[in-house]
Each structure stands twice: as structure tokens, then as C-alpha cells.
Design a protein around this ligand. Sequence first.
Ligand code: ATP
Length: 370
Amino acid sequence: FAPWTDPDAVPLIRIEGVTKRFGDFTAIDNIDLNIYRREFFALLGPSGCGKTTLMRMLAGFETPTEGRISIDEQDMAGVAPNRRAVNMMFQSYALFPHLSVWENIAFGLRRDGADKDKIAARVEEMLKLVQLERFARRKPHQISGGQRQRVALARSLAKAPKLLLLDEPLGALDKKLRQDTQFELMDIQEKTGTTFVIVTHDQEEAMTVASRVAVMDNGRIMQVATPAEIYEQPNSVYVADFIGDVNLIEGRVSSIDEGRATLDWAEGQHPITGQASGSLSKGGRATFAVRPEKLYISREEPTERTNRVWGKILDIGYLGNLSTYHVETTGGQVIKCEMINVSRIDRRDYTWDDEVWLSWSDTAGLVLPE
Ligand code: ATP
């Protein structure tokens, strides 16, 4: 499932050159983005980057200052929210406290004047989808937070929108429930085939549920890609740093060759090599990015590997399944290494101040423009 790789695929949502200004403040800055049918798309970024504003423009609660949004090949300019095949589920769920679960789900269908049997059939179908058949008669205060979340979801899907917008849908749930609910959400999205666009500032959540993720900063989209691409091939230091843990090492490019770039980064250390990314120039400054779990720690110098740095262990964190080592190298640079504790033998008895080597393969790191 990767419609975005098919040049003939028609996107469900087209966002073209969209800018949104509030007075002289630019909340969304000239965004282009296509989202396809059946996608579970995540808008991810720090607070204030414009995620909610972009979503509210899709729903029709805000109007773009410039540019065009079309849904299903129809220009949305001047189309009111209730005339769009779009529904939005809010973080607060906004369930009616005095109505039962059943009546909450039926609400929108009733308001549209659908006939009784059709409403009943649809509500039953939705109850089954979210596995709440047994709770149909309860009021919102008589069910758990996770169940309320599912009622809100069932209600949002009852009218079969083409697009469902979810604003921090799991924000009110605790961590464990949140993780279980992520899988339920994916399952329901898959079953209904509805396009979901989720807004979240939780990167793990975006990575878990989404087919593609847009990483935003300051009203702009920095990168749009699958979770694996975002993690493995971030296109900038910003994205590399925003998603997951990363070691960033600054230096000067000494050579670029066949997609690889080599960086001189400290006196007395070997140069380091990784995949060249973006516009780099020989002699220019660049940043090396490598994930902590790609590093290997050893006492002996691993002379067979080109990427190897030496330093002193600052601290060790034992987390059960893995151990993390902070190693201080030249110029006070601290590099983090994460090793899975596969067996007792892997928990080599390192301790503070031990001199060690960290090494990694030539394909593990990226050299990014500064
Ligand atoms: P959060 O994760 O905190 O909800 P967000 O990424 O969703 O943040 P938005 O709510 O889209 O961010 O807001 C983007 C920027 O636009 C913020 O700086 C916000 O203050 C500003 N903004 C949003 N709505 C308005 C408005 N109606 N008038 C003026 N400024 C606004």
C-alpha cells in the first residue's frame, strides 16, 4: 500500500500553495501536500507549528489566506464544514452526557433525518466495529476513558465520511491504554477504509499508526515520508533530532564520493563516513547523524571498521532489555550508544571512566547539511 509512489494515483486531498496568516503572523507557510485514499496520515510537530490550523482548514473551520485545498477533486473554497465529506474528532470527544452510547452514535444520523431502520442498522454496525455492543445503553459517565474514546470514534464514522480528522485523539488516555488504543485505531481505520489524518505531538504515536508522517516546523512541512524513511533517512538535522534519539556530530566535509561523505570532526580522531544527504560541499561544514542503537561499544580498537571513535564512559544506564552508554570523546562531545542485552555475555562489565571505542558501519550514519 503506497499510492504516493504511483504517479497516476489521484489524491483524496490536494493542498496547493496554502498559506494561513492571522494578522501579520504566518501560521501556515506555503504548504503543498497530497494525501491519498485509505491513508492513515500523521501531522507531527512541536506545539505551535501549525498542525491544528492545517487540520481546521481541511475541516473548513478556517479559510486559507492563499492557495487551494481540494477534496475528492472538488475545490473547497467557500464550502461550509457541514457540506464537506469530512468529520473531525476532538480531543475532548464532546459526547453528550445525557445521551446513551447508542444515542450518541445515532445523533448525527438522526439530525440528517435518516430513516429509523437505517439508523438502527448503522449504529449496530458501529457498535460492533468499536466492540461496544454490550455498552449501548450506558451513559458516557458509566464507561471508561478508553471506551468513551471509542464511542467518539464510532460517532465520527457513523456518517461514513471520506476523511476523518483526529486532533490528539488519544491525548486523554494513560500511556498503556494509549498504546493499546493505537492498535485499535489502526484496525478500525483499516476495516472502514476511511482516510484518517491525525494531529499529534507524540512522535511514537505518529510512527506507530501512520502510513506517512509530515514533520512540521514553524508553519512549514520539513519532510513527508513513511515512518521508516523519516527515521532512517531524515532529510535535515531538524527531522533527525525531532524523531527518536540521535547523535549529532559537527565537522567539515573532506570528501564526497558515490553517495558517501566523509567528515573530519576532531583532532586525533579518525574521520567518519556516512551516506551523503542534501547539498553538501567539499570543505563545507556538515553534521553527522547516527542513531544510538547503530553503535557498538568495545574495549579493543575495531580496526576493521572505518567509523570508530574513542572516549571515556561518562555513565551507564541499565534498562533491563538494553543498556545505554554515554561516552565523552574529543572536545567534550558526548556520544550515546545503546546495546540490547541479548545475553549476560553482552553486558560486558563496563564501568565509569573506562576507555572504550564506539564503532558503526558506513551505511549507519547520514551526513546532513548544517
Ligand atoms: P499545539 O500542538 O500546541 O496545538 P499546533 O501545532 O496545533 O500547536 P496551531 O494551533 O495550528 O499549532 O497554531 C499555530 C500558530 O498559529 C500558533 O502560534 C498560534 O498561536 C497561532 N494561531 C492559531 N490560531 C490563531 C488565531 N485564531 N489567531 C491568531 N493566532 C492563531
